[in-house]
Design a protein around this ligand. Structure first.
Ligand code: TXA
Ligand code: MG
Length: 312
């Protein structure tokens, strides 16, 4: 659907899938608790897993936080927003409890996609939007991915093409004195640390209440995923591979698919979810997946591969 139809649908409490630079989101009016509740039921998402608010501006972010952006958040916002970065801040009373799972904090970001920015600017409320996939499955990086799984259950999809980044936003919490990284994502940790001239603490454990959505089992393509260290010797291992049982980092003769042609981490991020989805093809055997080099976006890519491999 186009932006005007999407606005109309959202204004009347509907659900619209929106393109962002990271992954497609499933959006509703964040101030409409009934609409937000539908997001949880369509995704089959547990209510303890809070949603991210999407806004077109820092001004609107300040409106929905209790006391605005602290100086370090402002410094990051100037450098990286709009972009794949989410802040967790104390929430304003106007954010419904259903959005934040009853917590006193709210996650917010400004997505960097022209169609979604146009849409957000036309609305007088923020959009609550998780990734537009059934809970626990691989995130969607194209309108077709959304249509395949949620098409019948939602009110529309804005097709904004394939996602430029391909990994969800990096989440940084400002609830305490020191910023805390809750999720690795599309803004590399090194870039954030460079900008702030400090090392950040990371908290990515699934058992911590501060990041309730960071469940260790996630991103599952419906088959057992076996991760292999970056640089593993593909030729030395005979897995009786067929064309869709293995994804390497660089092209290999016995793995038909590779995340990259050249080893570039941005290329790897763009192809990650598409390739993880492609192995969900009715076969039941394990899928062998080579990890990325552990730097830049590779850290977030490896986080996703390891979660996709986790057996609940
Ligand atoms: O790139 C993205 O962030 C995408 C696009 C659509 O914007 N969205 C996304 O949403 O990845 P979702 O719902 O799949 O992941 C949101 C994560 C969850 O792990 C959730 O637990 C965490 O954000 N989160 C949300 N609110 C939080 C809060 N107040 N405190 C801590 N973590 C929070
Ligand atoms: Mg998600």
């Amino acid at each position: 659907m186009d932006i005007e139809q999407a606005k109309h649908t959202l204004d009347s409490g509907g659900l619209v899938a929106i393109p962002t630079e990271t992954v497609y989101g499933l959006a509703a009016n964040a101030t409409d608790a009934d609409a937000v509740t539908r997001i949880f039921s369509v995704k089959n998402r547990p209510f303890f897993d809070p949603l991210i608010l999407h806004t077109p501006s820092l001004d609107m972010m300040e409106t929905y936080s209790q006391s605005g952006l602290p100086p370090l958040a402002m410094q990051l916002a100037e450098r990286f927003m709009p972009g794949p970065l989410t802040f967790v801040l104390p929430k304003a009373d106007s954010v419904p409890d259903i959005v934040t799972s009853g917590m006193e904090s709210v996650a917010m970001r400004i997505p960097n996609h022209p169609m979604t920015l146009d849409l957000l600017r036309s609305l007088d409320y923020p959009l609550a939007a998780p990734s537009a996939n059934p809970f626990g499955y691989v995130s969607p990086t194209s309108a077709a991915h959304v249509r395949q799984q949620l098409g019948g259950a939602i009110d529309g999809i804005i097709d904004g093409g394939p996602c430029a980044v391909g990994l969800e936003s990096t989440i940084v919490s400002f609830l305490e004195m020191q910023p805390l990284v809750l999720r690795l994502g599309g803004t590399p940790l090194e870039a954030i640390e460079d900008c702030l001239h400090m090392k950040l603490k990371r908290q990515t454990s699934s058992s911590q209440p501060k990041a309730p959505g960071q469940l260790s089992s996630h991103y599952s393509p419906g088959r057992v995923v076996i991760p292999h260290p970056h640089g593993c010797d593909w030729q030395a291992i005979d897995w009786n591979l067929t064309t869709d049982d293995a994804i390497s980092w660089l092209p290999q003769s016995n793995a038909s698919q590779s995340f990259t042609q050249s080893g570039d981490d941005r290329e790897g991020a763009q192809s990650l979810f598409h390739l993880l989805r492609s192995v969900d093809n009715g076969k039941t055997g394990p899928v062998h997946v080579e990890l990325a080099p552990d730097k830049g976006l590779g850290k977030a890519i490896n986080d996703r591969i390891k979660r996709s491999a986790h057996q609940a």
